[in-house]
Write a protein that binds this ligand. Structure first.
Ligand SMILES: [Fe+2]
Ligand SMILES: [Fe+2]
Length: 206
């Protein structure tokens, strides 16, 4: 989405119910750079949510809280997953950071009494996506990848695809670019991201 549009809406998200409380919750749990990314994702998702006629309240909750558990150490992440009864795959046991969305969703449900099912799902699945993911979850996946503070060329390209071809095309672009990015780091792509991408190409409702 055009950067001018993002700038024009800068800060409007703060007027959404519980926004300042959620922002503070995130700020206390992550470092400065991750917090700046969190705000940038929230602003980007706020714009996408307007285009898709999604709830601003759910979008702001999802954006502000999605990475709130990203700073947990591996052993703590696994202990939290265990505590909340989250099923852990072999790949997640090997790379516990893959669990930060699942853990954040559960922590926010309990500690913040977050009872927004769309925000919960979006936070839970934002790391990998999954087939059948709801619209807010798909929007968060795109906002997380394409927010303008990410200085990867593919992030800017995803925003251009969004403006030129729309949400669905930008989301497919983001899913492909994320897989390429992970492959280039020499680590295994989570099979759910591959399945998510295949679902986007084949079955996603318009
Ligand atoms: Fe994340
Ligand atoms: Fe993120």
């Amino acid at each position: 989405m055009a950067d001018t549009r993002l700038a024009r809406l800068n800060g409007e998200w703060r007027r959404v119910p519980r926004a300042l409380e959620f922002a503070e919750f995130a700020r206390q749990r992550v470092g400065l750079r991750r917090y700046q990314h969190t705000i940038s994702v929230t602003q980007t998702l706020y714009v996408i949510a307007q285009d898709l006629e999604l709830s601003s309240t759910s979008a702001v909750a999802a954006g502000l809280l999605h990475d709130s558990c990203k700073g947990l150490k591996n052993d703590v992440m696994l202990a939290e997953a265990d505590r909340y009864g989250i099923p852990v795959t072999d790949l997640q046991r090997e790379r516990p950071s893959l669990l930060h969305g699942h853990v954040a969703a559960e922590v926010c449900r309990i500690e913040l009494a977050l009872d927004d099912a769309d925000a919960f799902e979006a936070i839970y699945w934002h790391v990998t996506g999954r087939p059948g993911l709801g619209l807010l979850g798909r929007a968060l996946f795109l906002a997380d990848f394409s927010e303008p503070l990410r200085n990867h060329p593919a992030s800017a390209a995803a925003r251009e695809v969004y403006d030129a071809q729309g949400f669905d095309a930008a989301l497919v672009y983001a899913a492909e670019a994320k897989m390429t990015f992970v492959e280039n780091k020499g680590v295994t792509v989570d099979p759910r991201t591959r399945a998510f991408h295949e679902w986007l190409l084949a079955d996603v409702p318009s």
